[in-house]
Design a protein around this ligand. Sequence first.
Ligand SMILES: [Zn+2]
Length: 229
Amino acid sequence: MYHSVGDRSDDPYRITVTPDRLDAQLGWLRRRGLRGVPVGELLAARARGGGGDLVGLTFDDGYADFVEHALPCLRRHGCGATLFVLPGRLGGVNSWDPLGPRKPLLTADGIRRAAAEGVEIGSHGLTHVDLTTADDTTLTAETAESRALLSELAGAPVTGFCYPYGTVDARAADAVRAAGYTYACAIDPGPLTGPYALPRVHVGQNDTPVRLLLKTRLHRLRRRAAAGV
Ligand SMILES: [Zn+2]
């Protein structure tokens, strides 16, 4: 789980990695015989009983720096990714974060450019609200309306959703399923873990090869614990 790729001189939420660090992390994957792909592609491969050499890469919020910094790096390493964007904030900024710098978000053109390069476009809701505290009208708009808008923008049905803040409950997962998505990403969904609450691991600037290796192992242990085996 990545967010922004670029300058990290002011980064209170630790959501930014530098292009050099992303390059090193993707190189690390490659040296281990692994390749980053969109989540939709990973799930399809797993459903066929394969995909052991694939890692789903996600970029949340749709920062404008994705096209400038992440895309060239992904291309260099032959990787794909899923970009979770906010169709209610096209060309806007991350004003949901009370602290930290205002970071520009992709415009419709920027999202189309990423899609044209094979990036899977997924929905992060309309405007970045916590779905577990949203009323019914908001919940429907954030899931169904965002899917309709993005499918039109990307020119293909959008199948992936990502819960803002990673917060999910059964009601939010039901709304996502009802809106027609086939999967949804969370962060650490515990007992809700499944296709509509996929766990992810935060990858940040401090994640050097040693830390990435530890995180991979820790993640496997935690998943096993969540599955009760
Ligand atoms: Zn977000």
